[in-house]
Design a binder for this molecule. Structure first.
Ligand code: ZN
Length: 125
């Protein structure tokens, strides 16, 4: 399954989580149906300080399928850090970074090799 879009409400949730976690980062796993990201999986024990997020892979339920990750950059720089590149390579096909001020323009998606990828925003109706 190739991911090509994100559900509008899911994106709004990711941005909102960036706001509520600020000034710390958050990180979650993303699930998708029919190529559209529409699920957010907070993983117990995962979290981050102000400049590094991580997922506790031991806490990911066996058999859970996910397509990638989302995390926040409280400093508003919406591009992958060196740590992010290695996380991206290990964790699925699409990775979203949301940055302060967490509005509709302050997010981007990346492929696992770190190249930006454009995601459509779709409404679930
Ligand atoms: Zn990052």
């Amino acid at each position: 399954m190739k991911v090509y879009a994100i559900d509008r409400d899911t994106l709004a949730l990711l941005l909102e989580m960036g706001k509520s976690s600020w000034p710390n980062e958050y990180m979650v796993l993303l699930g998708a149906e029919d190529g559209v990201i529409n699920m957010v999986y907070p993983i117990a024990g995962s979290g981050g300080g102000s400049d590094a997020s991580y997922i506790m892979m031991d806490m990911v339920p066996l058999g859970m399928s996910f397509v990638g990750t989302a995390h926040s950059h409280p400093n508003g720089v919406v591009r992958p850090s060196d740590t992010d590149y290695s996380t991206f390579a290990e964790m699925g096909q699409v990775h979203i970074i949301v940055g302060s001020p967490f509005d509709e323009y302050s997010w981007r998606a990346f492929r696992r090799d770190g190249h930006p990828v454009k995601l459509e925003i779709v409404s679930d109706e």
